[in-house]
Ligand binder design. Structure first.
Ligand SMILES: Nc1ncnc2c1ncn2[C@@H]1O[C@H](COP(=O)(O)OP(=O)(O)OP(=O)(O)O)[C@@H](O)[C@H]1O
Ligand SMILES: [Mg+2]
Length: 261
């Protein structure tokens, strides 16, 4: 069983006289269910666009996305999204943010409270259930955002630089937390976009390095180290070096800075 990206291409048509932008070029890849896959690539190459296409928020110009052989329908609960900006509703408490999906789905109040409270406990948010987002730290807000997505039991979780705005200690802690949650949920696939090679190596089963726009898959790394991983181990450093080598060349090219060689 798998998430299949089949010959996906995307061009944004320019409006009026505006130029069209060719963003994705024939992305073809199979992600086996239950894997943790990171995508890394130059800024503006099309990573967010790819996640939006998988989530059904954007239409591909060509190609399709299949989950277990079936085309994904827009708004499906099988796919959940977590963005860098927490996108929490400021007027809703932690509890109300987390239970929102169940509320929309029509789960009765008592039942959804019960489930949401389980998530609050699991996510270390106990005691903060009645606080508003502005009263929470960055790490806590991101945990609320992840809990809010996972409570719907998606089979595929798309994460777009979810820890990008956190300080490095909080980020490290959140990575470990995410792994522990993911390891407790058999079969959940994570597609994780990051700019941070260290993060990709620490978290992933597999890393896809994208080219500059239009994005193609330049290289695929299988990261076989057992978990928990030591970020400073020679094995992690070796993979990091290999990814960086490809990425830094591609990023320099995409910024058009020929003097950095
Ligand atoms: N709705 C849209 N209409 C037109 N162009 C768009 C639209 N969304 C994205 N683009 C363009 O597509 C390209 C890829 O954008 P995207 O946000 O997918 O890049 P990214 O890889 O996520 O970048 P970053 O690493 O900076 O987040 C950019 O040139 C962007 O301007
Ligand atoms: Mg992006």
């Amino acid at each position: 069983m798998s998430l299949d990206l089949l010959e996906l291409s995307k061009t944004f048509q320019g409006k009026g006289w505006g130029e069209s932008v060719h963003v994705l070029e024939n992305i073809q890849h199979r992600i086996e269910n239950g894997r943790f896959v990171s995508i890394i690539g130059p800024s503006g190459c099309g990573k967010t666009t790819l996640l939006r296409i998988i989530a059904g928020l954007e239409k591909a110009s060509a190609g399709k996305v299949l989950l277990d052989g079936k085309e994904l329908v827009q708004g499906t609960e099988e796919v959940g999204l977590v963005f860098q900006e927490y996108a929490l509703f400021p007027w809703r408490t932690t509890l109300q943010n987390i239970e929102m999906g169940l509320e929309i789905k029509g789960v009765e109040k008592e039942k959804r409270r019960e489930i949401a409270m389980e998530y609050i406990k699991l996510f270390g948010l106990g005691g903060f259930e009645n606080r508003y987002p502005k009263e929470l730290s960055g790490g806590m807000k991101q945990r609320v955002a992840i809990a809010r997505t996972l409570i719907m039991n998606p089979r595929v979780v798309l994460m777009d630089e979810p820890f990008g705005s956190l300080d490095s200690q909080t980020r490290d802690a959140m990575q470990e937390f995410l792994l522990s949650i993911w390891q407790g949920r058999q079969g959940t696939t994570i597609v994780f976009v990051t700019h941070n090679v260290d993060e990709a190596v620490f978290l992933s089963d597999e890393i896809l390095v994208f080219s500059k726009r239009p994005a193609r898959i330049l290289e695929r790394f299988e990261v076989g180290m057992p978990r928990p991983r030591d970020r400073t181990s020679p094995e992690c450093n070796r993979v990091k070096r290999e990814v960086l080598q490809i990425l830094s060349k591609e990023t320099e090219d995409s910024m058009g800075l020929p003097w950095i060689k």
